[in-house]
Design a protein around this ligand. Structure first.
Ligand code: WT7
Length: 708
């Protein structure tokens, strides 16, 4: 490089190139030989079948895994972009595909193994025949008792019990659109989603076990209904499953005429049969809410035919599900991972899927490996946060148990290469393939991953685009950032695929704006090539096509693999009367990836005593415990631009002990040093000083807050 090159490089404000310079390329790990021999995708001819010139017809291979009442006439309808319609003209029922057809071929086969959190409680094995009975009876309750039918929305706020998939599948049987809200979310968060979806029925549970305690969950239903009503949505019925039949685990009274115990209703529908309703392929199957740049949550609307095809296909080839496998995905069904890869994908293929009620380290760090040994689990699926946690609390626990995984998945966050290696060596005992799967609530299924029998793994990279998925990285101007260039940019998918959401419920404009506006080449075009899908992640592609995901570019904080919107956190803090201004920032965390810190300023005359706790509590009430901040900093003034915008990157830098960058253009640069002294001295005293940040992490902080 000449001096001149150096100088011009220094002038560009795109510092992304530095990321690559500091990024060591990891060595490949070849798929274990035994794995490849039995893999569903073991023949490289599969790449030809999914080659770009086979698009969109290639995806009929996935659709053909399902039983259709009527076959589609058009594989992909692009007439109203970017509202793509897959398998148009086709009709099917998701519950029939996940239950009836397997019950018909082998009613005794285990569909679900439920593992209660208390080890003294017995596992429950639910056969396909039994699942069919339960789904039918609950569908009868929904139809005959609640008067619900195709197109109605129902909100579910349920924990990790088999009654949750029974509820989802009973909805699907009738074409009712279910919207399951993560059980750990607060009543208020649930209420907002009830209102947004327009649900008149809430299905919940009295309580469940978590970390050894029987938690009162029904209390949240009352909060949810109040919040929904405040937002204009009335709920007529609350159906309450009971964790222990005949016993009520909640302190909250049942509201007469509104709240009903499901076990009592089921008693009146014993043996009921409900015909599965044949639904158009593009009929919505469910909504899954997620966070974005603005405060209002987005209800990603997933289709029946396209979605179910995509999760069945990717479960077959990427999870490598065979009929006799015992598959355990330790995610929560309240997130998209659980919908796609605990419930719909595995059951569509007639596999045995394990559902675990509690936390991974209860009562000790050996629990997951004991469960794996006891049940003969041979496919395991979890998040980097769980892997980091289990590695920290029980690094040698896996060795003590006699289980053998053939493949293991990670999902939700980038995984550090050293954590990856522990997963590979200790958890997988060096025998299992790892798939690092990159995707999103909106995408229904995997976008980036290695095919475990055919493509080598590379720690820290998810791998190339999945079958039929064609990723591209664009810079801010829409120029392609070529693989191997060492530069990062915005990862997009060039083509539609069957698992992509159909729209954002009730916000079609936002759907276009958030995911398609940025790189759309022609608004009038009905050619899908003009509509790349903008994923909202920064990424880097190596010369071999493998992708490293760097993280969100839209002011979303990924805490333990869960997306929390900056704006939602800030509005939650602002529900505290005394708070004048609030800003949420991410802080690097060794276990949970990122954790939230809040900065708040108080209204004039307010005493600071107790305000930290009040803000934390408000966030717990509005969102849930997972969002609770690590610290709440009360500051006299926030660093602001001259136009009054809070400079989140500056306070994020302070919280992470990294360089605040240029602050000379701020309206009040003098506050930065004050805040730094206040925050950093307290952190040092508490022993909270983080490790040295990587280049990618520094980059994330330096850009944080720009999406606004
Ligand atoms: C965001 C999506 C996909 C189900 C769970 C999360 C991040 C997801 C990976 C991965 C690096 C990942 C991205 C993405 N992410 N998987 N394998 N490596 N980052 O779903 O809540 O919709 O979050 O999670 O930033 O955009 P989600």
């Amino acid at each position: 490089m000449t001096d001149h090159d150096d100088a011009s490089a220094a002038q560009t404000d795109v510092s992304e190139a530095q990321i690559a310079v500091h990024w060591r390329e990891e060595d490949y790990y070849q798929p274990p030989a035994g794995f490849a021999a039995q893999a569903n995708a073991g023949d490289p001819a599969i790449f030809g079948r999914f080659a770009e010139d086979k698009f969109p017809g290639c995806f009929t291979e996935y659709a053909d895994l399902l039983t259709w009442d009527e076959r589609w006439s058009t594989v992909l309808d692009t007439s109203t972009p970017p509202f793509w319609k897959w398998f148009v003209g086709g009709k099917l029922n998701a519950s029939y595909n996940c239950v009836d057809r397997h019950a018909q071929s082998d009613a005794e086969k285990t569909a679900i193994i439920w593992v209660p959190e208390l080890e003294s409680d017995e596992h429950e094995h639910i056969s396909y025949g039994e699942l069919l009975r339960r789904v039918n009876e609950f569908a009868a309750v929904l139809r005959d008792y609640c008067g619900l039918g195709a197109g109605d929305r129902v909100t579910l706020h349920m924990p990790m019990v088999p009654d949750l998939p029974v509820t989802m599948l009973a909805c699907a049987r009738l074409g009712i659109i279910h919207s399951q809200v993560f059980g750990g979310f607060s009543g208020n968060a649930c209420g907002t989603r009830i209102a947004d979806s327009g649900s008149r029925v809430l299905i919940t549970m009295d309580g469940y076990y978590r970390a050894g305690d029987l938690i009162d969950h029904k209390v949240k239903a009352d909060e949810a209904l109040d919040e929904a009503l405040r937002q204009g949505q009335e709920v007529d019925k609350v159906l309450v499953w009971r964790r222990h039949a005949g016993q009520y685990a909640s302190q909250t009274p049942m509201a007469p005429g509104r709240d009903f115990f499901v076990d009592e209703l089921l008693a009146e529908h014993q043996g009921a049969k409900v015909e599965p309703v044949s639904m158009p392929a593009e009929a919505p199957l469910f909504l899954m809410y997620t966070s974005g740049t603005t405060g209002r949550p987005k209800g990603a609307q997933h289709s029946t035919g396209g979605y179910l095809s995509y999760v069945a296909g990717t479960s077959k080839y990427y999870q490598d599900l065979h009929p006799d496998d015992v598959y355990w995905c330790m995610a929560d069904i309240g997130w998209i991972t659980g919908h796609s890869y605990i419930v719909y994908g595995p059951l569509a293929l007639g596999t045995t899927t394990v559902i675990y009620e509690g936390v991974p380290n209860y009562p000790d760090a050996g629990r997951p490996w004991r469960v794996a040994e006891q049940l003969g689990v041979n496919i395991f699926h979890t998040s980097p946060t769980s892997i980091r946690m289990l590695r920290k609390v029980g690094p040698e626990e896996p060795r003590k148990y006699n289980y053998h995984f053939k493949t293991m998945t990670t999902v939700g966050e980038p995984i550090e290469p050293e954590v990856w290696r522990w997963y590979y060596t200790e958890v997988g005992k060096g025998e299992a393939a790892i798939t690092d799967t990159w995707w999103q609530t909106e995408t229904g299924g995997f976008l980036g991953s290695t095919l475990p029998g055919l493509q080598p793994m590379k720690p820290g990279s998810c791998g190339p685009g999945a079958l039929g998925i064609y990723p591209v990285i664009y810079d801010e101007d829409g120029e392609v950032v070529p693989p191997g260039s060492g530069r990062a940019g915005n990862i997009c998918i060039r083509n539609p695929w069957p698992g992509i959401m159909e729209t954002i419920w009730g916000q079609p404009e936002r759907f276009i704006d958030v995911y398609y506006r940025k790189y759309n080449r022609d608004q009038e075009s009905t050619d899908w090539r003009d509509w790349p899908y903008f994923a909202g992640d920064g990424a880097l592609q190596a010369a071999d096509g493998y992708i490293r995901i760097l993280g969100r570019v839209d002011d979303v904080i990924n805490v333990a693999g869960h997306r929390l919107g900056t704006k939602e956190l800030e509005s939650a803090a602002l529900t505290v009367d005394e708070i004048a201004e609030a800003a949420a920032v991410p802080v690097m965390d060794d276990i949970r990836g990122r954790i939230v810190e809040m900065y708040v300023s108080l209204k004039p005359g307010v005493a600071p005593q107790g305000m930290e706790a009040k803000v934390s509590r408000a966030i717990e009430v509005e969102i849930g415990k997972i969002a609770r901040p690590k610290n709440v900093w009360i500051v006299a003034d926030m660093p602001k631009t001259r136009s009054g915008k809070i400079m989140r990157r500056v306070i994020a830098s302070v919280s992470n002990f990294t360089d605040v960058g240029d602050v000379t253009t701020l309206a009040n640069p003098e506050v930065v040093d004050k805040i730094r002294r206040q925050v950093q001295s307290t952190k040092v005293a508490k022993g909270e000083q983080p490790r040295e940040l990587t280049e990618a992490e520094k980059e994330e902080i330096a850009k944080y807050g720009n999406a606004e």
